[in-house]
Each structure stands twice: as C-alpha cells, then as structure tokens.
Write a protein that binds this ligand. Sequence first.
Ligand code: HEC
Ligand code: HEC
Length: 323
Amino acid sequence: MEYRPLERHSSRMVLLATVAVSIGGLGGIIPLFFLKDSLPPVADVKPYSALALAGRDIYLREGCVNCHSQMIRPFRAETDRYGPYSRMLESRYDHPVLWGAKRKCPDLARIGGKYPDDWHVQHMRDPQIMAPGSVMPPYPWLERTPLDNRTIVKKMRTMRRLGVPYSDSEIAHAPAALQGKSELAALIAYLQSLGTAVRNEHGTTTSKITVRNLPPSSNQADDLLVAIGAKDQVLAGRKIYREFCTGCHGETGHGLIGPALLDRQEWTYGTGKPEDIAKVIREGTSNGMPAWAKHFNYQKTAQITAFVHSLSHPADPYHPPLP
Ligand code: HEC
Ligand code: HEC
C-alpha cells in the first residue's frame, strides 16, 4: 500500500491518527456508560456527611492528594496492605475523584476506621510522633482554625446537581452541623468515612495487625537501674512523658489510645521490669506504639523508663506520680 500521500500531509496524518487512537479508547470507555446498572452493587455507599464533605475540601486545599492516592489496585501487594481493592461505585459521590497518581505514600482509600480519631489528631499535629521518620508535613493549624460553615449549603446543592442525593433537610441542617467545629474535625470526619462501605460488606477490618515479637534484649540495664527511683531522673522522664506520651497514654497515665500505664499490673510486653519497659519504648510495637529509639538517646530512654516504672510500681519512692 502507498502511504506517501498520507505521510506528507501532516493535518491528514493527525486526523487519521486521532481517529485510529480514538477507536481503541472509546471502545474501552463507551460500554462503561451503559454498564452502570449491571455493576455489582456496593452496599452502604453513602454520600458524605456535611462535615465530611467540608473536610474533603480541606483535603483538597492542603494538597494531601499530591502525596496520597485513594485507589487500591487489584494487586496482591496492595490488597494485603490496604484491604479490598477499590470498586468503581465507591467513587460515585466523589466530585472530583481523588484517586491520585503518586503512589509513594500510603493509599488512603480504606483509612476510615483504621485508627481512632485521637490517632489522627496526634498524627496531624506531628506525623513523626506517630510514624517516626515520616516525611509527611505537620498541619498544626487545622485544629486551631474554625470551620467556615457559610458555603456548605451551596456546596451541597452543587453536589446534588451532580447527582449526590442530599435531601432538603440534610442541606438545611448542614450549617448547624458544622457550627463550632475545627477544620481538623472535618478532615478527620472525612478520613474516617473513606472506604468503609466495602469493608462493612465483608464484615472485616482492613488492618490485620500482628504483634511483633520483640528481639531478645541487648541491654543497657545498668543505665536504667541508676535512673529508677532517682528523683531528678524520674522528673526528667515526666517531662518527656508530657511532651510525647500524653496524647496516647493520657495525662496521668490512665490511658487513651494506648493502654493505661498507671498502676499497671499485667504487661503485654514483659513483666514491667525496667528493661522490658525500655525495650517497648525503644522498639515500639506493631499494634500502635511508636518506636522511639531514633528520638531518645539512652539517657532519655532511661529517664522516661524511670517515670513509667514509677507509675506502675507502688514500691517506687515516686509512686503515685510526682506532683
Ligand atoms: C509530602 C507528602 C505528604 C503529604 C502532603 C501528606 N502526607 Fe499523609 N503521609 C505521608 C507519608 C509518607 C505517610 C506515611 C508515614 C506516616 O504515617 O506519617 C503518610 C501517612 C498518612 C496517614 C496514615 C496512613 C496509614 O495508613 O497509616 C494519613 C491518614 C495521612 N497521611 C493523611 C494525610 C492528610 C489528611 C494530608 C493532608 C492534610 C496528608 N496526609 C498530606 C505523606 C504525605
Ligand atoms: C501513637 C500513640 C502512642 C504514643 C505517642 C505512645 N504510645 Fe505507648 N503504646 C501505645 C499503644 C497503642 C500501646 C499498646 C501496644 C500493643 O499492645 O502492642 C502502647 C504500649 C506501651 C507500653 C507497653 C505496655 C505493655 O503492656 O507492655 C509502654 C511501656 C508504653 N506504651 C510507653 C510509652 C511511652 C513512654 C511513650 C512516650 C515516649 C509512649 N508510650 C507513646 C500507643 C502510644
């Protein structure tokens, strides 16, 4: 066949190339428009609550989507890590979709319910506390910034025009639902709603966490013993505790996300000996306790250990906790 006449006219060439490429593309896309009703239904895909919708806008504004994808691909490596792969219908109320293209950071498609709200509060204040070494920037202003509730009615009406079934009363009540909330509260409401429909359908949670066995101790037990019961060391440990641990273990050690450390009798890791406590603090656990080895040198570890030890040992001269 003679191609020359085609190749010598760039406009003709472009036109024909476009037609040729479109056939493939349209062949893939057009059937999906008609398939809509025959897709397997995903139970419980609900429109975002007013608060979550406002949070979604903060997610957009802060550029979270530049790092985080929301699309679990049907690959073993991804479904093992994040849970069931994303279904098309799960994005039905997303305008625009936030699937994302960069896949260097964790996918958030099923983050909802993975952690308690408090975890997100701490993580947004300082990601490094929850995930040592994290490159995620902190967003400390979100919890200080009141949520603007003046535009929510317009937003919801627009969403309704795009096919999200918000009722008149939901729209009318939206400004009140946002009243007095912080931007962080909205963002967390949004994160907690992500990807929960499919999980409910399967009745399982995505994060199957197994407790890692701690390796046998290499010990700095002597350093520790010097710190135990020494007032200045316990006081120094208390300061560290206030800075890094209260968010999860509570101000007085009564427990929040993390277990109570005050008057603890039975320990998950070891028996409450100083070296057991120090080890958990240094190495963390895969069940939510961060590893602190990179943050604290041995002296600081000994101090914080001395404080935690004093909380749980009535025989310690500084139990109950120092004033
Ligand atoms: C510079 C890239 C970057 C940006 C921007 C970013 N993150 Fe992250 N994010 C990360 C990385 C890396 C991790 C994994 C380490 C960690 O947990 O901090 C992460 C983890 C998370 C996690 C925990 C995921 C899990 O499964 O444990 C959540 C939730 C999260 N980010 C939400 C957000 C939100 C919301 C924003 C926007 C306000 C945001 N991130 C902005 C990089 C980023
Ligand atoms: C992100 C929240 C979080 C922070 C911050 C945190 N912890 Fe924990 N901590 C946990 C959780 C969750 C557990 C339970 C882990 C498990 O069972 O595997 C835990 C467990 C522990 C244990 C072991 C308890 C046992 O029964 O063996 C000790 C000790 C401890 N934390 C001390 C600290 C100290 C000291 C700090 C501050 C330097 C701290 N934690 C900061 C969440 C946290």
